[in-house]
Design a protein around this ligand. Structure first.
Ligand SMILES: Cc1cc2nc3c(=O)[nH]c(=O)nc-3n(C[C@H](O)[C@H](O)[C@H](O)COP(=O)(O)OP(=O)(O)OC[C@H]3O[C@@H](n4cnc5c(N)ncnc54)[C@H](O)[C@@H]3O)c2cc1C
Length: 459
């Protein structure tokens, strides 16, 4: 059944008229997310402020067959929160309360619309750390982070969002409210259902509250940058650092194109006379940090680094890491359309994958900037293109297909952190295989028999 006046009247009564958007100019910002070239107008947008409201909206949508696209801040990079025709976009940014910070159990309970930065700041204020730090953390929501299982610059040492989720309040498509997980470090009672919802991309339920694990803030941190005349030397440095049994919190790289764009954007004094830049960060006990930083400097020099610079204090370290976080925004300024991917390979295959991406860019005559989480094998080849140029867009699509195939051939994956959404839907069956696809479809059918949640996404 399509969205009707009666739905809108009910929802206006439920959440207040100001929180139900129907005017074209109000809907346009919700017709896209951070993914290039994807746009669809929704039927309406509802800004919920409580779990009970989410439950009532889902119940009516489910009974009447209206599609629901859950949305946080819309920064997703695979089209996950792009509307489907005639849907209600259920936006959770107004569910933005930090409900409890428990310093005895080292947990924080927040509503799904709280931003990642708000969580990080609340933890830091009491000497704790929330490690996942996606580049979008100033605006991305915790609900979106959980739904995408987002990673960040500290993933190498601290893992990704999943490693910090202890509990979730979820509203199922029929409106039922369930809490899965708790503050216990150990809990093996039944299936680990919360893990099913991490990375489910808004297809299985709506996450309304998140219980997160925090850790003590490391006492010291040191940041270094090393520059190279050849990307493969940077890749070898990463391999040698890990082989030396050092797990720094951050090992990020930028190629020449990206370094130029970032410096132009962030003006932090990055060296421009190099082909590759490695950002390395160690944190922990001051003595261990000093030792790790020294060893990383030695490994970088042994691999032919042109220069190694140690940040003079924490403030400079933060500036350098922030500059790296701005890489996507910096690249986005130089071309009308920026398409960023996140093919991921085992660390040992990184140098091969980087060379492959460079050759593909040459083969298809495309402009590309590559940066990413080198320590995780997670690359972000970013095509600088123009969606109005159909012939070039065709070459971009061919290039991406080859990159994904190569990543899988090398034992990697088609997405390390951005999810499947619409953008990579066609690649999933080949990657996952028949049995996994069938299990995923069956799980989805059991939880959402009327197919109202994010229909057409993922598979
Ligand atoms: C500049 C930039 C840098 C980025 N850097 C990183 C990075 O370093 N690492 C990384 O992993 N990602 C990164 N991203 C991608 C993106 O920010 C993350 O995927 C983020 O977690 C999305 O959060 P959001 O609140 O914007 O969610 P949205 O984009 O609104 O939604 C994303 C998906 O989650 C679903 N969803 C959202 N909220 C809920 C909920 N409460 N319940 C159920 N489903 C929900 C949506 O339906 C959709 O499928 C970056 C994006 C940008 C634009």
């Amino acid at each position: 059944m399509p969205l009707t006046e009666s739905h809108l009247a009910n929802w206006r009564q439920l959440v207040g008229a100001a929180n139900v958007l129907t005017a074209k100019e109000d809907l346009i910002p919700y017709s896209m997310d951070g993914t290039a070239s994807l746009q669809q107008m929704p039927g309406c947008v509802v800004l919920a402020t409580s779990t009970q409201q989410v439950s009532a909206i889902l119940k009516q949508a489910n009974e009447t067959g209206v599609p629901v696209v859950t949305r946080g801040s819309g920064t997703g990079l695979s089209g996950g929160s792009v509307p489907v025709p005639g849907c209600v976009v259920l936006c959770l940014v107004k569910m933005d309360k930090i409900l409890e910070l428990d310093q005895e159990n080292l947990t924080i309970l927040v509503e799904a619309g709280v931003t990642t930065l708000q969580v990080a700041d609340a933890a830091a204020a009491v000497g704790l750390l929330y490690p996942p730090d996606p580049g979008s953390m100033k605006i991305s929501t915790i609900g979106g982070n959980v739904a995408e299982n987002s990673g960040g610059l500290r993933g190498l040492k601290y893992g990704v969002t999943r490693n910090y989720v202890m509990g979730l309040e979820i509203v199922l498509p029929n409106g039922e409210i369930m809490f899965t997980g708790n503050k216990c470090v150990k809990d093996v009672a039944g299936f680990s259902l919360k893990d099913l919802f991490v990375g489910s991309e808004g297809t299985l339920g709506v996450i309304t509250k998140v219980l997160l694990r925090l850790i003590p803030k490391p006492a010291a941190r040191k940041t270094l940058i090393a520059t190279y005349d050849d990307m493969s030397k940077a890749a070898q440095t990463v391999s040698d650092i890990i082989a030396a049994k050092i797990i720094p919190c951050t090992l990020e790289f930028l190629d020449r194109t990206t370094i130029g764009c970032v410096e132009d954007f962030a003006k932090v004094g990055l060296p421009l006379d190099c082909e590759a830049l490695l950002l390395m960060e160690s944190d922990g006990h001051p003595a261990a940090v000093a030792d790790e930083a020294k060893k990383m400097e030695e490994v970088a020099k042994a691999n032919g680094a042109l220069a190694v610079r140690v940040a003079k204090d924490e403030a400079e370290g933060v500036r350098l890491a922030t500059a790296r976080r701005s890489a996507f925004s910096a690249l986005a300024r130089v071309a009308p359309t920026t398409i960023l991917e996140d093919a991921t390979v085992p660390r040992s295959e990184l140098a091969k994958m980087i060379r492959f991406v460079e050759n593909v860019a040459k083969k298809y005559r495309l402009r590309i900037g590559t940066f990413g989480h080198m320590g995780d094998g997670n690359l972000h080849p970013t095509f600088l293109t123009d969606e109005r140029n159909h012939e070039e867009m065709h070459r971009v699509e061919q290039a991406f297909a080859e990159i994904f195939e190569e990543a899988v051939r090398l034992g990697g994956t088609i997405t390390g952190e951005h999810g499947i959404g619409i953008a990579k839907k066609s690649f999933l069956p080949k990657f996952a295989g028949e049995a996994q696809m069938r299990v995923m479809r069956e799980l989805r059918r059991v939880l959402d028999p009327a197919s109202i949640l994010n229909p057409g996404k993922m598979f």
